[in-house]
Design a protein around this ligand. Structure first.
Ligand SMILES: *Cc1c(COP(=O)(O)O)cnc(C)c1O
Length: 466
C-alpha cells in the first residue's frame, strides 16, 4: 500500500515511511492511495475472532509488505495483551437502543492507548531497520500525551517532547505524563491553549533548520497509523451487534476528528455503518462545518471535556481531501486560505459527501451534566464527560428505530473524576492499574508560549541526525 499527501506534492511513502514521518513534508497528511474493501462474506468471517486477530486482519491491507501477517499478529497480541479487559474494547448495553464501546481499558485510561500501544511497537520495529534516531514532538490536550509517553518511554532511538497547555489538563492526566521519569521523556507545560501548542508543533515540523538537524515524527492523530488502529474497534463493535447483516450507528466525542475519521475509513472498507454522529462540546467548529458548511475558527472555551476543547480539527483535512475528489492542489489552496483567514467554506461536493454519512450535535455544559446524571440514575453507569457528550448526541439523533447506536466511551470516568462528581455526586475511583499515581515524583519544564522557547528546548535536548 502506498501513502499520498493530502496536499499533493510530498513524496509517496510505504506504511513504514508514513508511520515514521507523521506529517507530510508539504504540510499535508498521509492517506492510503486507495481504500481496501472487504466483501460482506469476508466481514461475516471476522465474527468471533479475538481482538488482536481481528486487528491483524483489518490492518494488514494498510500495512502491505512492511510487516508479514505473522509479525503483525505478534505485535497486535503484544499491544493488546497489556489491556485490562480480555475483550480489549468491550460493549456495555445502556438501554434498548444505546450501547457504550469501552475504549479505556488500556494503561492510561483513554482510547488513545488502543492506537498508541501499537504505534510504540511500530516505531521500535521500523527504527531497528536503520536510519536516524527519531524525535517525537507532540501537543496534547491531555490524553494523547500520557498514552504516547507510556508507549515510548524507555524505548531505543526515540526521544519524546510532549507539550501540554499549562493548567488546562486534569490532575490525573498531568500526573500520568509527568511521573514518567524515563530519560527519553520530556514534558513541557506551555503558557497557552492546546491550539497554540499544536500550532508550534506544526511550525517545528515545517522549520527547515530544525529538520536538517533532527528527524521528526508525530504521535498525535495526524499519524496515519493511529487512525488505522482505531478502525478496528468499529469492526469489533459492529460485528458484536450483528454486522454485516445489521446496520449500526456510532456517536463519537470529537476533537481533532481522528477517532470519527477512523469510522469513516471503516465505512469505506465496507462496514455497513448507518451514520457517524460527530459530537462536539461548545467548541463546535465541526458541528458548524457539517451543518452549514462554515469551517471557521472560534476562540477555545475551556470545558469539563478538555480533550475536545479544540477549534482546528487536523484530521478534517483528510475527509475534505477524500470528498473533494482527492485533488491535492485544490485542497492545498483551500487549506492555505484557511490558514490565512482562519475560515473556509466547504465545497458542494464536500458538503454533500459528508452529509451522506455524518451528522453532528453540540452539547453545552447543561446537556453534558444532564446526560451524566441520566446514565447514572437510569442505567447505573458512570461515564466520563467526553462520553456524556457523545451519549447526548446519540440520544438526540434522528435514526431508524431498529438501528443500535454505539457511543464511543473515550475515557475512564476516574480520569475526570472532579467533573463527574460535580454532576452526579459520585466520585469514581481510579482502577488499580494506575497504582500510586498521586505519590510519585513529577518532572516537567514550564515554558513561555513562544516558538523560540519551545524549539530552543527541543534543539538542546533532542538527539541529532547522524
Ligand atoms: C482525544 C480525545 C477525544 C477526541 O478524539 P479525536 O480523535 O481528537 O477526535 C475525545 N475524548 C477523549 C477522552 C479523548 O482523549
Amino acid at each position: 500500500m502506498e501513502y499520498v499527501s493530502t496536499r499533493g506534492s510530498a513524496a509517496t511513502l510505504d506504511f513504514a515511511g508514513a508511520t515514521l514521518a507523521g506529517l507530510a513534508s508539504d504540510g499535508g497528511l498521509y492517506v492510503p492511495s486507495e481504500w481496501p474493501r472487504f466483501s460482506e462474506a469476508e466481514i461475516a468471517g471476522f465474527a468471533g475472532l479475538p481482538y488482536a486477530d481481528l486487528a491483524q486482519k483489518v490492518m494488514q491491507p494498510f500495512v502491505g509488505d512492511c510487516l508479514s501477517p505473522a509479525r503483525l499478529l505478534e505485535l497486535t497480541r503484544e499491544a493488546y495483551g497489556r489491556f485490562a479487559h480480555a475483550a480489549v474494547t468491550p460493549l456495555t448495553q445502556l438501554d434498548e437502543r444505546n450501547w457504550l464501546l469501552e475504549l479505556f481499558h488500556g494503561p492510561t485510561l483513554a482510547f488513545k492507548d488502543v492506537a498508541l500501544q501499537l504505534l510504540g511497537l511500530f516505531f521500535e520495529e521500523f527504527l531497528a531497520r536503520g536510519g536516524d534516531p527519531l524525535t517525537i514532538v507532540g501537543a496534547t490536550s491531555g490524553d494523547t500525551g500520557s498514552a504516547a509517553i507510556d508507549a515510548v518511554a524507555g524505548r531505543d532511538r526515540v526521544e519524546i517532547f510532549m507539550l501540554h497547555p499549562s493548567g488546562r489538563v486534569s490532575d490525573v492526566q498531568r500526573r500520568q505524563m509527568t511521573t514518567v521519569l524515563a530519560p527519553n521523556v520530556h514534558n513541557l507545560a506551555i503558557d497557552g491553549s492546546f491550539d497554540d501548542a499544536q500550532a508550534m508543533v506544526k511550525r517545528m515540523f515545517n522549520d527547515p533548520d530544525m529538520n536538517r538537524r533532527f528527524r521528526f515524527s508525530a504521535v498525535n492523530s495526524i499519524n496515519w497509523a493511529r487512525l488505522m488502529a482505531q478502525v478496528v474497534y468499529y469492526f469489533a463493535a459492529a460485528l458484536q451487534l450483528g454486522a454485516p447483516q445489521r446496520r449500526v450507528a456510532f456517536a463519537v466525542p470529537t476533537g481533532n476528528f481522528g477517532d470519527v475519521f477512523a469510522g469513516y475509513v471503516a465505512a469505506r472498507m465496507g462496514l455497513p455503518i448507518e451514520r457517524l454522529i460527530v459530537a462536539t462540546n461548545v467548541n463546535d467548529i465541526l458541528h458548524r462545518a457539517l451543518t452549514t458548511g462554515d469551517y471557521s475558527q472560534g476562540t477555545v472555551t475551556p470545558t469539563a471535556a478538555p480533550s475536545m476543547d479544540i477549534q482546528v480539527s487536523s484530521n478534517f483535512e483528510r475527509l475534505l481531501f477524500d470528498l473533494g475528489g482527492r485533488d491535492g492542489g485544490a485542497l492545498s489552496r483551500q487549506m492555505a486560505g484557511f490558514e490565512q483567514t482562519k475560515a473556509m467554506q466547504l465545497t458542494n461536493a464536500q458538503r454533500e459527501g459528508a452529509s451522506a454519512l455524518f451528522s453532528s450535535a453540540r452539547a453545552d455544559a447543561d446537556d453534558m451534566a444532564r446526560t451524566l446524571r441520566w446514565a447514572w440514575s437510569e442505567c447505573a453507569e458512570i461515564v466520563d464527560p467526553h462520553t456524556a457528550i457523545g451519549l447526548h448526541a446519540a440520544r438526540t439523533a434522528d435514526l431508524p428505530a431498529d438501528v443500535p447506536v454505539v457511543t464511543l466511551a473515550t475515557a475512564h470516568p476516574a480520569k475526570f473524576r472532579d467533573a463527574v462528581e460535580r454532576s452526579t455526586g459520585q466520585r469514581p475511583s481510579l482502577p488499580a492499574r494506575v497504582g500510586d499515581l498521586f505519590d510519585r515524583e513529577e518532572r516537567y519544564t514550564e515554558l513561555d508560549g513562544t516558538y523560540e522557547a519551545v524549539s530552543g528546548f527541543v534543539a538542546e535536548h533532542a538527539v541529532p541526525r547522524a
